[in-house]
Design a binder for this molecule. Structure first.
Ligand code: C2E
Ligand code: MG
Ligand code: MG
Ligand code: MG
Length: 278
């Protein structure tokens, strides 16, 4: 009887596994199709100086409207793209499109592009970045690549070699989702990052939870002693921004400062108009 129960459960379990694998295969197929049919788009989220409120750059975020499914979160499709190998071509498309767009903007603004750990596993990334910069004419100083700690540790020596080569071109490197990875401090020691992005999980309670505040303070102190500016992700409330101001955080990004979307260049004059009305 126990055996029958066991068999029944195993059977359900295997059925779930099959279903899961089938869904991932279907998504992978649609990702390859999206690459061929121009099915991806980009949105931009503003990054601002905490002290002056000035725009310091924009993070580039990938969007995919999957036929028959609607918008799918990159958190859901990037892992599938990594698994099926499509991420390399997708990542190159993101980089080329973002650099081409930024090169044509009416104001020079820095863009921050996310790079997958899979891309960091191949030396090809060096040529891809160099070719895209040459082809689009974007100044390397206007490009920042965001990498996570987790994406570096898979093949650390190779990843560090690739990042050093890219940095030598004048491109800057930010460490993304800082604090959630496996070996934050060791990664910081072995590579001179140009920016630390505090993961947004630390931001949610920073204004009323002493533990969260203590961690944010410690990361800010770390940034100061390494002379690396720190950006806080996921800032949603004025109270959170106020804590960052008091604690001396350099930059902030989050729904409070701007949702990811198209860049509205009219915003450049809107603040002035706003002041006149109020
Ligand atoms: P990330 O690089 O940490 O990007 C920040 C994510 O936080 C974005 O989600 C953004 O929309 C969201 N976010 C920004 N401000 C707030 C806020 O105030 N509150 C909350 N709750 N969320 C906020 P998104 O666009 O869904 O992207 C999720 C992740 O997918 C990114 O995390 C990044 O790891 C990955 N991703 C996005 N675009 C690309 C890409 O072009 N290439 C690669 N390899 N990964 C990408
Ligand atoms: Mg990012
Ligand atoms: Mg992040
Ligand atoms: Mg994240």
């Amino acid at each position: 009887r126990a055996k029958a129960e066991f068999d029944r459960r195993t059977c359900y379990y295997e059925h779930d596994m099959d279903e899961h694998a089938r869904q991932r295969r279907a998504m992978a197929k649609d990702l390859w199709t999206a690459l061929e049919t121009n099915g991806f788009s980009l949105v931009y989220q503003v990054q601002k100086s905490v002290a002056t409120d000035e725009i310091t750059g924009y993070e580039v975020l990938l969007r995919w409207s999957r036929p028959g499914h609607g918008m799918v979160s990159p958190a859901d499709f990037i892992p599938v793209a990594e698994e099926c190998g499509a991420i390399t071509a997708i990542g190159t498309w993101v980089l080329r499109t973002a650099c081409r767009n930024a090169a044509s903007w009416p104001e020079k603004r820095k863009i921050a592009v996310n790079v997958s750990g899979v891309q960091l596993g191949s030396l090809d990334l060096i040529d891809t970045v160099r070719d895209v910069l040459t082809e689009t004419g974007l100044s390397p100083s206007l490009l920042e690549l965001e990498v996570t700690e987790t994406s570096i540790i898979a093949d650390k020596q190779r990843a560090l070699h690739i990042l050093r080569q890219i940095k030598a071109m004048g491109v800057s490197i930010a460490i993304d989702d800082f604090g959630t990875g496996y070996s934050s401090l060791d990664t910081l020691r072995s590579f001179p990052f140009d920016k630390i992005k505090i993961d947004r999980s630390f931001m949610t309670e920073v204004d009323h939870d002493e533990q969260s505040k203590a961690i944010v303070r410690a990361i800010l102190a770390l940034g100061r002693s390494l002379s690396v500016p720190v950006l806080a992700e996921g800032v949603e409330t004025c109270a959170q921004l106020e804590v960052l101001r008091v604690e001396g955080c350099s930059e902030a990004q989050g729904f409070l400062l701007g949702r990811p979307g198209e860049i509205d260049w009219e915003d450049l004059i809107e603040p002035m108009l706003g002041q006149m009305v109020v």
